[in-house]
Write a protein that binds this ligand. Structure first.
Ligand code: GLU
Length: 444
């Protein structure tokens, strides 16, 4: 892929506003003049949100402010000048140096694969892994890069079926002998995908590195280039063979942290160092071209190890966050919908209100697996301390130690995708498969 990517001409416009703009043959990005009530307004035609109303035209006026002009019967629009057509042409890819390690970059979408249209302010997923490679030519000094677009989606639109596709593609590339795999991904649900791949790709011989960006790569403040360089370096040379997330270690542009796929969480909406390892140290960091392991406890790279692919997930698992006053019938609803597992995100050490107990009992009796993670994020559940915890254990709720609630959700989906036997699935849930439970939680 690569090359030019055209945008729709009047995004978000409908009804009256769309009609009058079409008549004027205007497109988003064009300079237009709107005449109304004896006044005229001139500016660049902006795209609108698809939830915008049908009556307003939004333009960016010379001062830089956006204004909305309501379309009335006597409103007229004239196109003053065409905006330059929005296209993106990456520079030619850099020359490969054949003796370097082989790294496969798979793109799935997200901000790291987006560009800002500066005339209109819209951010769109528009560039492929190959384009990224062209934009960050330093990558050619680190590895011989092969690129592939798996799909191009914002990560909130991904489902477990996408995790399966990613896992299968990674397995294929590893089977072809690459030294590591990088997956570019939207940051919003990157931690879920990281957990999913950690369970789906067992006995990894080489690293699998998920990478994203909080700001698209064409913005001056972008974190994309450093993250990508870090990710490719780790895929090419890191001593570990695990699924990790590579993102800025701090807000400064000088170090990348590698977080274990089952222990990582997006903890900030916009900072570059949004990703944190929870209850453990990051696996490794890269600064000044030097990769340093931060723990001794990791699976070592070994090309001869045979990957085991277990890519199935059962979507009939829910993550239920308990809150004061929660209606227990919400639990019944999942049972009635035929769900096979529930992860409760309980309070503190692992509690839900007693009002929920009859519904939990019913769920367990109907054969659902019910397990407990904490909504505290840091620390671990301990359901032996208070009566409510002990009673929940007696009902058959499985305590999950310091497993993140999101990881627990993914793991139970995976366990039930692996086996139809609930007892076997429970045994998988209780076994530490990919570092999702730590022996003790460190206080960071
Ligand atoms: N919400 C989008 C996503 O997760 C964009 C955010 C990002 O990539 O950082 O794909």
């Amino acid at each position: 892929m690569g090359g030019n990517h055209d945008l729709p001409s009047l995004p978000g416009y409908k009804g009256e506003a769309l009609k009058i703009l079409r008549e004027a043959e205007a497109q988003a990005g064009d300079l237009i003049r709107i005449f109304k009530d004896g006044t005229s307004y001139e500016g660049v035609l902006m795209p609108r949100s698809e939830y915008g109303d049908e009556r307003h035209i939004v333009i960016k006026i010379r001062s830089g402010y956006n204004i909305g002009v309501r379309v009335t019967a006597d409103t007229r629009v004239e196109k003053v000048g065409a905006g330059a057509k929005v296209t993106f042409k990456p520079p030619p890819p850099p020359k490969q140096r054949p003796n370097l390690p082989r790294v496969s970059i798979l793109s799935t979408g997200g901000t790291i694969a987006s560009r800002v249209d500066y005339r209109t302010g819209a951010v769109r997923p528009a560039i492929s892994a190959e384009d990224l490679y062209s934009i960050v030519p330093e990558l050619s000094d680190i590895a011989v890069i092969e690129t592939e677009v798996i799909f191009s989606l914002f990560s909130e639109d991904l489902t477990p079926k996408h995790w399966t596709r990613i896992a299968e593609t990674v397995a294929k590339r590893i089977g072809e002998g690459v030294d590591g795999v990088v997956i570019t991904h939207g940051t919003d649900t990157m931690a879920y995908t990281a957990a999913a791949l950690s369970f789906a790709l067992q006995d990894l011989p080489v690293p699998v590195v998920l990478v994203g960006a909080q700001r698209s790569e064409d913005r001056p403040s972008s974190d994309a280039a450093l993250n990508l360089i870090g990710a490719v370096s780790a895929a090419a040379e890191a001593p570990f063979a695990e699924v990790v997330v590579a993102m800025h270690e701090t807000v400064s542009d000088n170090a990348v942290a590698f977080h274990r796929g089952t222990k990582v969480r997006k903890c900030h909406t916009s900072r570059r160092d949004a990703f944190k390892s929870v209850n453990v140290n990051p696996l490794a960091r890269l600064a000044d071209g030097q990769l340093t392991m931060l723990t001794e406890d990791y699976r070592k790279r070994d090309h001869d190890r045979e990957l085991t692919l277990k890519p199935n997930f059962d979507e009939r698992v829910a993550l239920i966050k308990f809150y004061p006053g929660m209606n227990p019938r919400l639990i019944d609803l999942y049972v009635d919908l035929g769900y096979r597992g529930l992860i409760l995100e309980g309070t503190g050490l692992g509690h839900v209100g007693r009002k929920c107990f009859p519904s939990i009992r019913k769920a367990v009796e109907r054969g659902l697996i019910v397990a407990m993670a904490s909504q505290c994020i840091w620390g671990r559940v301990n359901m032996n301390v208070y009566t409510n915890g002990r009673d929940l254990l007696a009902l058959g709720v499985i305590p999950l130690g310091d497993m993140l609630a999101e990881t627990a959700l993914v793991k139970l989906m995976w366990a039930l995708g692996e086996t139809d036997d609930p007892e076997e699935a429970k045994a998988l849930l209780r076994t530490n498969m990919a570092g999702e439970v730590s022996a003790r939680s460190i206080y960071i």
